[in-house]
Design a protein around this ligand. Structure first.
Ligand code: UDP
Length: 470
């Protein structure tokens, strides 16, 4: 292991949208001569089944839940169990690495932003902790400003009536466009003791203890919010994204490493090859969102009425309490222009020339992937900070249209028609803005770009810490 600059432990929250960006970071670290230990829960690792190599080893620990537990489908229980069991197991893993003569000692712990329990472990072993929030900067900012939102009486909500949902929030710097309904869903509850409300409140504030904060975004997209966060965090916040673009610079470096917890159905790429340029709308609601039967049916008939060719990801667990069943008549009527998969190779889909639009739940990875490939969106958020992303997609970056909370087939139809109509003026402007943003995203991760500089800064600091330690 000649020339190794350091050893990083990477610890994502056990969900697809957290594993992907940390895996992309792992690739960049390895390319820059760091050894990586990637730590998953046993549940995730069993599905990935990755083999350790000289530069990347995989370790896992039990999340404390029985095999049949829904995990991300019961998020508060998963978070609570990880808070309870994570510290003991992660400390054990760190201790074993520090005692091992076969691998270099850890020089850094890069843990998910919602795992601040790692601070105590990092302190005990004299290793810096970096908090990686896998959210947008605007999403993180909403969590960070919870104390102010509480003080100003916006949250918790006074009642469930929804009467305040359009109230404009004016107290979060650089987020003037926000309405109460655009706040992350964990914040818009009526009970101040709600588990996720308290969890996010605590985790966001604990971020102050970290040596650095990483965000998978870029200066040219979220500059004002990043500047404000940096003022609050003493310039410790580094935007290093889009990581999918920077990691792509290193080709097939860890090609045999799996990060997808579902099997990718590549048949859709061959189908896309046969479609016309920009003619397909890609429909996908990420890895966690769950629809009601009614919502599924509204999306389906909206797509049917739009007359548009579509590729739709229907996970087996997409519909609440049962497996997704689409109406037979809908399937019959769309058989010439609809293609369904249980899980798509999303990055390849979004970068395919046949894809002209994305009907998305606005998870942060999906959003930044769409921006990175210049694909305009229809934003139909479900939970977490997806509503905040929707607001920025629609109102600030103007790279997509927002869909209202209640899914209605008429709205689905109208928005799909509008988004996919290449001659429509608003859409043309949107595509032009996306072309510029895409160029800026690429430039940001290349030598001289802001994300590139931040990444180099991060790598230098990791190495420096190692030298001090030695
Ligand atoms: N993804 C994928 N194939 C699919 C659906 C999703 O590869 O069929 C990936 C997608 O590219 C993204 C991640 O899964 O990187 C989902 O993360 P996101 O933050 O968008 O949403 P979440 O699943 O966390 O709600």
């Amino acid at each position: 292991m000649d020339g190794v600059r350091g050893h990083a432990l990477l610890l994502p929250f056990p969900a697809q949208g957290h594993i992907n960006p940390l895996m992309q970071l792992a690739k960049i670290l390895i390319a820059n001569h760091f050894v990586v230990t990637f730590v998953n829960t046993d549940f995730i690792e069993k599905r990935l089944n990755n083999k350790s190599s000289e530069y990347m080893s995989f370790q896992s620990f039990p999340d404390g839940l029985p095999p049949e537990h829904g995990r991300t489908l019961k998020l508060p229980e998963l978070c609570e169990s990880l808070q309870k069991h994570g510290p003991f197991h992660v400390e054990n893993i760190v201790e074993k690495i520090m005692q091992s003569l076969r691998v270099p000692p850890l020089t850094i712990i890069v843990a998910d932003g919602v795992f601040s329990f790692t601070q105590q472990i990092a302190d005990k072993f004299g290793v810096p902790r970096v908090a990686f929030w896998t959210t947008s900067a605007c999403g993180f900012s909403a969590y960070y400003y919870m104390p102010l939102l509480i003080e100003q009486g916006y949250i918790p909500l006074k009642d469930d009536s929804g009467s305040c949902k359009n109230d404009v929030i004016s107290c979060i710097p650089e987020m003037e466009a926000l309405r109460v309904k655009d706040l992350p869903s964990f914040l818009t509850v009526t009970d101040a003791e709600d588990y996720m409300f308290q969890y996010l409140l605590r985790e966001a504030q604990n971020t102050h203890q970290a040596s650095l904060v990483l965000l998978n975004t870029f200066q040219e997209l979220e500059g004002p919010v990043l500047r404000d966060l940096n003022a609050k965090f003493g310039n410790k916040v580094l935007s290093i994204g889009p990581l999918l673009l920077s990691s792509a610079c290193y080709g097939d470096l860890i090609a045999d490493t799996k990060s997808s917890i579902w099997n990718e159905e590549t048949s859709c790429l061959e189908w896309l090859d046969k479609q016309q340029e920009s003619s397909v709308i890609y429909v996908c609601f990420g890895s966690i969102a769950v629809l009601s039967d009614e919502e599924l049916v509204e999306f389906a008939w909206g797509l049917e009425a739009s007359n548009q060719t579509f590729l739709w990801v229907i996970r087996p667990d997409l519909v609440r309490g049962s497996s997704a069943v689409l109406p037979g008549e809908f399937l019959e009527r769309t058989k010439e222009r609809g293609f369904f998969v249980a899980w798509a190779p999303q990055i390849k889909v979004l970068s395919h020339p046949s894809v002209g639009g994305f009907l998305t739940h606005s998870g942060w990875n999906s959003t930044i992937e769409s921006i990175s490939y210049g694909v305009p969106m229809i934003s139909s958020p479900f939970f977490a900070e997806q509503p905040t992303n929707r607001r920025f997609v629609d109102d600030v970056w103007k790279v997509g249209y927002e869909m209202r909370e209640n899914v209605l087939r008429e709205e689905v139809e109208a928005l799909v028609r509008k988004l996919m109509n290449l001659g429509e003026e608003q859409g043309r402007e949107m595509r032009f803005r996306l072309k510029i943003l895409k160029e800026r995203a690429v430039a940001s991760v290349k030598v001289g770009g802001a994300s590139y500089k931040n990444m180099q800064d991060f790598l230098r600091q990791m190495q420096m810490k190692m030298k001090i330690g030695n």
